[in-house]
Design a protein around this ligand. Structure first.
Ligand SMILES: [Zn+2]
Length: 85
């Protein structure tokens, strides 16, 4: 008989159960808690705050646009680095 260490600890299993619970409660459309965004309209108030701009996406699009017509442009792997001043 062979005894093996379990691959997952009790903590690992608890974290995975918590993650499964979290995922199960997300709305596939808005990403919020499905119990909130599907509640009767009299029970919730939904607002849309002004959008925020992703500066990393701005810079990435500028950079990729400059290369879009060059040969092999589709094979370039791009990434952004964000540093605080
Ligand atoms: Zn939703």
């Amino acid at each position: 008989m062979t005894c093996r260490e379990p691959e997952w600890s009790d903590d690992d299993r608890a974290w995975m159960l918590a993650l499964a619970y979290y995922r199960d409660t997300r709305c596939p459309l808005c990403g919020g808690d499905i119990r909130d965004c599907t509640a009767p309209e009299d029970d919730v108030v939904v607002t849309v705050p002004p959008p925020r701009r992703c500066l990393a996406t701005d810079e990435l699009r500028l950079a990729t646009d400059q290369h879009k017509d060059k040969p092999g442009a589709g094979a370039l792997l791009w990434r952004t680095e964000v540093r605080r001043r």
